[in-house]
Design a protein around this ligand. Structure first.
Ligand code: F6P
Length: 535
C-alpha cells in the first residue's frame, strides 16, 4: 500500500510547519513542552521536546502511521505469519525473548519451546566455560572467546559485549573477527594462547565467505600449535545450517542452533549472542532478553500517540520525507556504546534501504535514512561544527545514563553535562544580538551566530545494564519496523548485498591468475593494475 496515496499523507505533507517556527519560540509559548513531549518505555526516558514539531504535526504523523499497514503487520509479525514475503519467512525475533510458556506457532509448531531449549543448552555451555569445567585440549581453562562472524553475526555480539563490559569478568574476555582482510584476524590472534582460546564460529547460513575464510585461518592457527585432535575442544558453532557446520569439521553436538525466521541483523538475542552469554553469564543474558520483551509488549499494548517506537518512527518520516533530511545521527554519551551506531547502521540501512514496495512497484518517497554516529564527547571535537552551523538538517538521538558503570563519577558529570549542553545549544542557538552583547569583535560576529532550531531526541536511562541495552535495541528494531510499514517495504530481506558478492566471486580467481572475463573499462584496468602489482 502506497502511503502517499492516502488522505493522511496528503494532510501530513500539507501540514503547516510548526508555528511559531523556532524551538526557542515553541518552548517560550508552552511552559509544559518538555513534560508534554517526554515519554517513557521501561527504564528509558525519552525527551522528544526538542524536535521540530507541534501538536498538529504530531497528530498528522500519528494519522499516517494509523493509515499504514503497521497495526495489521504488527499482529501478523507477532503471530508468526510469513511477512518477509520475498523469502517467504516468518519474522519472529520477538519470539527469541518471549518468556517460557508463551506460544507462537509457525507452520503449526510452537517455536518458543525450541527457543528455550537452545537457551538452556547455551546456559549449560556458558557455565561450563565460565566455571572452567570446559577445558582446552591440553586441560587449560578457557580465557579468551573469539567470535568469528560478520554482519549480524558480529555487530550484535561485538556491540553488546562492549556495552555490558562492566558485567563481565576480568579473567575471561571476548574478541571479534569479521573482516576478510587478514589484518583483522592477525590482530586478534596476537598475544593469544591457543591452549586457552575458544572459537565461536557464528554464521546463520554457514556459507559466508568472510566467516569461513577466517574460521579456516583460525583452525590452521590452532592445529599448528596443538594438533588436529585439539579442534573439538576449541571450536563451537552457531548456525541454522547443521550440514555445513559438520562439513567444516565442527561436531554438531557443539552447535547452537537458530531458525530461518531470525534475520541476521535481528539475531543478537538468539544463539548468536553466545559469546555475550559466556562473558556476562546466563542470568544477565536473561535480563538482556527481558529488556527486549518489555519493549515488545510496549509496542503491542500502547496507544499510538504514546508508543515510543511509533512516535520516533513517525518523527523519522517527518524529517526524511517532509523536511528533507538525508541522514540521522545517533550519538551515545557512553563509551561502552561506541559500536551502537555501527550496529544500528546494519539494523536500519539493511532493513529499510529499499526502493520498491512489497508488491515490487517503485516507492514514491525516500526510504531509510543514512544512519551514523560516534560516542560523545569525541564527536564534539570532530563533526559537531557541521551540526551546529552547517547547512544540513541532521536529526539526532542522544543517549545517556544517570549512573556510570565505573567509579569516576566526576568524569561522568562532565560527560553528561556535555550531552545536555549539546541538545540545548542545537535547539536554542545564539542570536546575533547575544553575540554582540558578548562584545565579540565585528569581523567575527556573523561567524559566531548559532542558528539553533536543530532537532534532537534525548534518551536517558538510570544505568547501562543488560536489560537497558535490550530495551534500547528493541526500541530501534521497532522504529525500523514501523517505518518499513509506513514506506511499505520489506524490512526483512537484503537482496542489495547479493550483486557485489557474486561479482567478487567472479573477480577473486581473476586476481590470482585466471584471465579476466568481460568487465567495464574501469574495473578491467583496476584488475590489470592489481595483477601487475600484487606480488
Ligand atoms: O551481508 C548480508 C548478510 O546476509 C547479513 O544480513 C548477515 O547478517 C550477514 O550477511 C552474515 O550472514 P551469516 O550469518 O549467514 O554469515
Amino acid at each position: 500500500m502506497d502511503i502517499t496515496t492516502t488522505p493522511a499523507w496528503s494532510a501530513l505533507v500539507r501540514a503547516p510547519k510548526p508555528k511559531p517556527a523556532h524551538l526557542r519560540e515553541l518552548f517560550a509559548a508552552d511552559r509544559d513542552r518538555a513534560a508534554r513531549y517526554t515519554l517513557t518505555i521501561g527504564d528509558l526516558r525519552v525527551d522528544l521536546s526538542k524536535n521540530l514539531v507541534d501538536e498538529p504535526v504530531m497528530r498528522a504523523l500519528i494519522e499516517v502511521v494509523a493509515a499504514s499497514t503497521f497495526e495489521e503487520r504488527r499482529q501478523a509479525m507477532f503471530a508468526g505469519e510469513a511477512i518477509n514475503s520475498t523469502e517467504r519467512r516468518a519474522v519472529l525475533h520477538t519470539a527469541l525473548r518471549a518468556p517460557a510458556g508463551t506460544r507462537v506457532d509457525v507452520d503449526g509448531h510452537d517455536v518458543v519451546s525450541g527457543v528455550h531449549q537452545v537457551l538452556a543448552a547455551m546456559a549449560v555451555f556458558a557455565e561450563r566455560v565460565r566455571s572452567g569445567e570446559w577445558r582446552g585440549a591440553g586441560g587449560a581453562t578457557i580465557r579468551t572467546v573469539v567470535n568469528i562472524g560478520i554482519g549480524g553475526s558480529d555487530l550484535g555480539p561485538a556491540m553488546a559485549y562492549l556495552a555490558t563490559r562492566a558485567f563481565g569478568r576480568g579473567d575471561l574476555s571476548c574478541r571479534f573477527v569479521s573482516n576478510v582482510d587478514g589484518a583483522n584476524i592477525a590482530e586478534n590472534l596476537e598475544g593469544l594462547d591457543p591452549a586457552t582460546t575458544l572459537f565461536v564460529i557464528s554464521s546463520k547460513t554457514f556459507t559466508t565467505i568472510e566467516t569461513l575464510t577466517n574460521a579456516k585461518a583460525a583452525r590452521a592457527w590452532l592445529v599448528d600449535a596443538l594438533g588436529v585432535d585439539a579442534v573439538p575442544a576449541h571450536f563451537v558453532a552457531v548456525s541454522t545450517n547443521a550440514e555445513q557446520v559438520e562439513a567444516f569439521g565442527i561436531d554438531t553436538a557443539n552447535m547452537f542452533g537458530f531458525w530461518d525466521w531470525v534475520g541476521g541483523r535481528y539475531s543478537v538475542d538468539s544463539a548468536i549472542g553466545l559469546s555475550l552469554m559466556i562473558a556476562t553469564g546466563p542470568d544477565r543474558f536473561r535480563e538482556f532478553l527481558d529488556g527486549f520483551h518489555l519493549v515488545d509488549r510496549h509496542l503491542c499494548d500502547t496507544p499510538l500517540h504514546a508508543n515510543v517506537p511509533v512516535v520516533m518512527a513517525a518523527l523519522g518520516v517527518w524529517y526524511s520525507n517532509v523536511l528533507g533530511a538525508e541522514t540521522k545521527a545517533v550519538l551515545p554519551y557512553a563509551h561502552d556504546l561506541r559500536r551502537f551506531p555501527a550496529y544500528l547502521q546494519q539494523l536500519d540501512m539493511e532493513s529499510n534501504g529499499k526502493s520498491v514496495h512489497l508488491d515490487g512497484t517503485p516507492v514514491a518517497t525516500t526510504t531509510g535514512a543514512v544512519v551514523w554516529g560516534e560516542p560523545g564527547t569525541n564527536g564534539q571535537h570532530a563533526f559537531y561544527q557541521l551540526l551546529h552551523q552547517g547547512t544540513r538538517l541532521v536529526p539526532i538521538d542522544f543517549i545517556g545514563f544517570a549512573r556510570p558503570n565505573h567509579a569516576r563519577v566526576e568524569q561522568h558529570d562532565l560527560l553528561i553535562s556535555n550531552l545536555f549542553a549539546q541538545g540545548e545549544a542545537l535547539a536554542f542557538g545564539k542570536t546575533l544580538a547575544e553575540v554582540r552583547a558578548d562584545g565579540v569583535p565585528e569581523h567575527q560576529q556573523a561567524h559566531r551566530v548559532f542558528p539553533g532550531n536543530r532537532p534532537s531526541t534525548t534518551i536517558m536511562a538510570p544505568q547501562l545494564t543488560p536489560s537497558v541495552l535490550g530495551q534500547l535495541i528493541a526500541l530501534y528494531e521497532h522504529i525500523v519496523f514501523v517505518q518499513g510499514c509506513v514506506w511499505d517495504v520489506n524490512s526483512f530481506d537484503q537482496w542489495g548485498v547479493e550483486l557485489g558478492k557474486a561479482l567478487a566471486n567472479r573477480i577473486t580467481p581473476e586476481l590470482a591468475g585466471v584471465e579476466p572475463t568481460m568487465h567495464d573499462s574501469s574495473t578491467a584496468a583496476l584488475i590489470d593494475w592489481y595483477r601487475a602489482n600484487r606480488t
